[in-house]
Write a new protein. Structure first.
Length: 438
């Protein structure tokens, strides 16, 4: 019995090593409003440790079930299944606090909820009337989707298309101009969805050049970098030359590109890196000019709309200001909620700085900055550079907690000395009494 108690005492006094691992698994990684994501918290500890509870802290816009678990017990490896459901689209930060007998373990993860549904992107949108048109398409989706079925709601072959690797094809013979309507069925995790999409297409006999601009994502954050793919398809029967592509609106790594020649029936792809500096809807314009064999100049234009959320790629999370003997300690996380890498991240508080070389997408770094205590406001600021060299900055003003008069602190310093003196007096009195009795 004494041996078991001793072992328990030893386990209680061993601090947690830095090798503990907290991992959060989500399926699906990105989902739609009112979808349910099946998740699992995986906890690995360096030794047997008593876990008194696990609590999730999250915005009210999402629901985590269970929200907390108490009295997990003595564990070294532990898995907690839970679910997440969001009321509306957005990017949310969830904090997990694992309370152990040796201290608390904290983990932060990002929840992405999209409002954009998957859509069909046709390889071409110009067809010939009264001919059999062989049409290929891709499914563009901000979500991880599976079991995709596309049903053309017009006379087509096949009637039902089972999409593989995001691609499919069908044939149809249009008798008159009409938009193409499709029913798309898919699963996002265990969530089933069914939508109808109408694609406006063109019908003509003449030759031409088709320009299609596709953003990498339909929604982005301020300062986050994405690719805009510009596809140029030469549907003419002759070659075209000196093809110039110019992009405008927003910030690009390069606003122009040039292709010496595109053969008849050939498609070329040009990629632009782009980011937005303000929230709203950005209308990115792509203009294409080219020369035919007789040096006649022709023009095509494509405008693509990109939604920019009213949030920057980097955000502060869990920021706190506490008084300490050395001054004011400012702690928190700087989180990269974007889909692109950021560089030269500088977090500063009242002139004191904390440097981070880079942050990967969906990554975060914790900072701790000590500043003098003779201030009533803390001005927290973060600056960084994105993948195309654009500089961004965010700021946060924090109140300083009032200093509390700690009367008990001095008493605690005197108390051990007073106890020692009192003990000595008692020992001396007992010794004198014992000596007199002799």
């Amino acid at each position: 019995m004494k041996f078991a108690v001793a072992i328990a005492i030893i386990l209680l006094t061993i601090p947690l090593a830095s090798a503990q691992v907290v991992k959060v698994e989500m399926s699906p990684q990105t989902f739609l409003p009112n979808d349910v994501a099946d998740c699992k918290l995986v906890l690995s500890l360096p030794q047997l440790t008593y876990v008194s509870g696990i609590t999730f802290y999250h915005p009210s816009a999402i629901d985590v079930q269970p929200n907390s678990v108490s009295s997990v017990g003595w564990v070294q490896a532990y898995e907690l299944p839970f679910t997440i459901k969001a009321k509306k689209s957005g990017i949310y930060t969830v904090e997990v606090l694992i309370n152990t007998i040796n201290g608390s373990i904290r983990q932060v993860f990002t929840v992405r909820v999209e409002s954009e549904m998957p859509k069909i992107v046709l390889d071409r949108t110009t067809f010939t009337l009264n001919e059999v048109n062989d049409v290929g398409f891709t499914i563009s989706s901000p979500l991880e989707i599976s079991n995709i079925i596309v049903v053309p709601m017009f006379d087509a072959n096949p009637k039902v298309i089972y999409v593989k690797d995001g691609r499919g094809s069908f044939k149809f013979e249009p008798k008159k101009p009409m938009p193409l309507k499709f029913k798309i069925e898919f699963y996002n995790g265990r969530n089933y969805h069914e939508i109808v999409q109408t694609v406006n297409v063109e019908y003509r006999e003449s030759k031409g050049v088709l320009v299609n601009a596709t953003p990498e994502y339909p929604i982005t954050l301020i300062g986050d970098v994405m690719n805009i793919d510009v596809q140029i398809s030469n549907l003419r029967q002759d070659d075209i030359y000196l093809v110039r592509i110019n992009a405008s609106d927003g910030t690009f790594s390069a606003k122009s590109a040039e292709i010496p020649m595109i053969k008849a029936g050939e498609t070329k792809l040009v990629k632009f890196k782009w980011c937005a500096r303000s929230a709203g809807v950005e209308n990115v314009t792509v203009e294409v000019s080219y020369l035919d064999e007789f040096n006649n100049e022709h023009f095509e234009q494509k405008v693509v709309k990109i939604k920019v959320s009213n949030a920057t790629a980097l955000q502060f999370s869990g920021v706190e200001v506490e008084r300490s003997p050395n001054g004011l300690t400012v702690t928190g996380d700087i989180c990269n909620n974007g889909r692109s890498k950021v560089y030269n991240v500088m977090v500063s508080a009242n002139g004191k700085t904390y440097y981070i070389d880079y942050l990967d997408p969906s990554d975060f770094d914790s900072f701790e900055i000590v500043i003098p205590s003779n201030t009533s406001k803390v001005q927290l600021k973060a600056t960084w550079t994105n993948e195309i060299g654009e500089r961004f900055e965010i700021g946060l003003s924090l109140n300083v907690p009032k200093a509390e008069l700690n009367v008990g602190k001095g008493g605690n310093e005197i108390l051990p000395l007073a106890i020692a003196i009192a003990t000595l007096i008692v020992v001396l009195v007992v010794a004198v009494v014992a000596w007199k009795r002799r």
